[in-house]
Design a protein around this ligand. Structure first.
Ligand SMILES: NC(=O)c1ccc[n+]([C@@H]2O[C@H](COP(=O)([O-])OP(=O)(O)OC[C@H]3O[C@@H](n4cnc5c(N)ncnc54)[C@H](O)[C@@H]3O)[C@@H](O)[C@H]2O)c1
Length: 351
């Protein structure tokens, strides 16, 4: 096994993110170095737990932790308040106390739910993230945003609650469905466009880089953003690049277009809008990379259709909308504008 990389986040809690290639069985040791022996309540899903549950459980048990597990059906449809309640019920039954911990073993769905359960159980207990998708590794496991979906929309109920440790073994990504892996690359490309042109160049050709190094760089970028704006009042909004349009595409498709694929198209729309807004035109550069990853690049919806969904987006404040636009590759900026201007720009950009 190669050496483990460590990135430390200083937010409302300070915690380490440990990144290894093949180090999953070292989780117990890493936890024992940081936390007293306690009960660890694992939340996982029915795809991930059969693959990695035993390694995680054995490792924690041999390091002196008591384990209880709760496994949910995989997929976004499981990210509900009812499932959080069921997980909390299982913790009550297992007599999990304030000095115990939650552990998320899985992708962003499990991570968001476990984090939210940890935020509200007994008014908050610590939790560990063990991300097993690329999206969870570079995005959702870091930064403390936790949430569940309700019928009115995705992620509408949640809390800020930073993890106590993030423990990632990049080899767990080897069992991912290729389309799930690709969705994660939409977020990787996003980091490059918003804040790091070198990262963008490094990942421009699929498969030509060391995935552990790329993940570590993305996490560093997210760490820097979270340290400056933990509660999403300013610069954390940069991470929404491609997401304003992406969320609209996702919703209009009835979620048949995946999040990553929608964000990829949303980044192309943002590049087109940036061009008509007066910034340098990076549409071709961005479209090429997204295409090379195998994403669809066209948007099946009109400017009017996208606009109607964008208007109902929870991130809209008042009559203005903030769009993150690429000024340069690696230097995107939030541009606040009247809502109607977004519609005009989209139309001018040919949508
Ligand atoms: N909290 C945040 O800051 C934040 C940021 C971005 C996204 N999110 C949330 O993340 C969620 C999406 O996360 P996701 O894309 O990881 O989805 P996911 O958790 O549903 O995982 C995708 C699929 O991959 C499977 N899987 C996971 N790891 C695997 C592995 N190693 N091998 C084989 N299969 C595996 C899962 O069972 C699932 O079927 C959304 O709910 C989104 O709202 C949160």
């Amino acid at each position: 096994m190669e050496s483990t990389a460590k990135i430390t986040v200083h937010a409302s809690g300070t915690y380490d993110i440990l990144i290894s290639k093949g180090g999953l069985s070292g989780l117990g040791k890493a936890a024992a170095e940081r936390f007293k022996p306690c009960t660890v309540a694992i939340l996982s899903d029915d795809k991930v737990f059969p693959l990695y549950g035993k390694t995680v459980t054995d490792s924690l048990q041999s390091a002196g932790f008591r384990i209880v597990t709760h496994v949910i059906a995989n997929g976004e449809q499981s990210k509900t308040l009812d499932n959080v309640t069921a997980f909390i019920d299982s913790m009550v039954k297992a007599q999990v106390t304030r000095t115990d911990m939650v552990l998320a073993l899985g992708g962003g769905v499990v991570g968001d739910m476990a984090g939210f359960a940890a935020a509200i159980y007994l008014r908050g207990i610590p939790y560990i993230q063990v991300p097993t998708t690329l999206l969870a590794a570079v995005d959702s496991s870091v930064g403390g945003k936790t949430a569940v979906d309700i019928s009115a929309g995705k992620n509408l109920v949640g809390a800020f609650h930073q993890p106590a440790l993030v423990f990632l073994d990049t080899e767990t990504l080897n069992t991912l469905d290729p389309s799930v892996m690709r969705d994660g690359f939409a977020e990787v490309i996003k980091y490059g466009i918003i804040l790091d042109s070198k990262l963008f160049q490094a990942v421009a050709k699929p498969g030509s880089f060391d995935i552990k190094e790329v993940i570590a760089r993305c996490i560093e970028i997210k760490r820097d953003v979270v340290e400056q704006d933990e509660f999403d009042k300013g610069m954390r909004g940069l991470l929404n690049f491609g997401h304003t349009f992406g969320h609209a595409i996702e919703k209009l498709s009835g979620f048949s277009i995946t999040h990553g694929s929608a964000v990829a198209r949303g980044m192309i729309i943002a590049a087109k809008v940036a061009r008509v807004y007066g910034f340098t035109d990076y549409t071709d550069v961005i479209t090429k990379v997204i295409k090379d990853y195998g994403f669809e690049t066209g948007c099946p919806y009109s400017a009017d259709e996208l606009y109607s969904v964008i208007l109902s987006d929870k991130k809209r404040s008042g009559a203005d909308i903030t769009l993150v636009l690429p000024k340069e590759i690696g230097a995107s900026t939030p541009e606040k504008m009247p809502a109607l201007q977004v519609l005009e720009l989209m139309k001018k950009a040919g949508l």
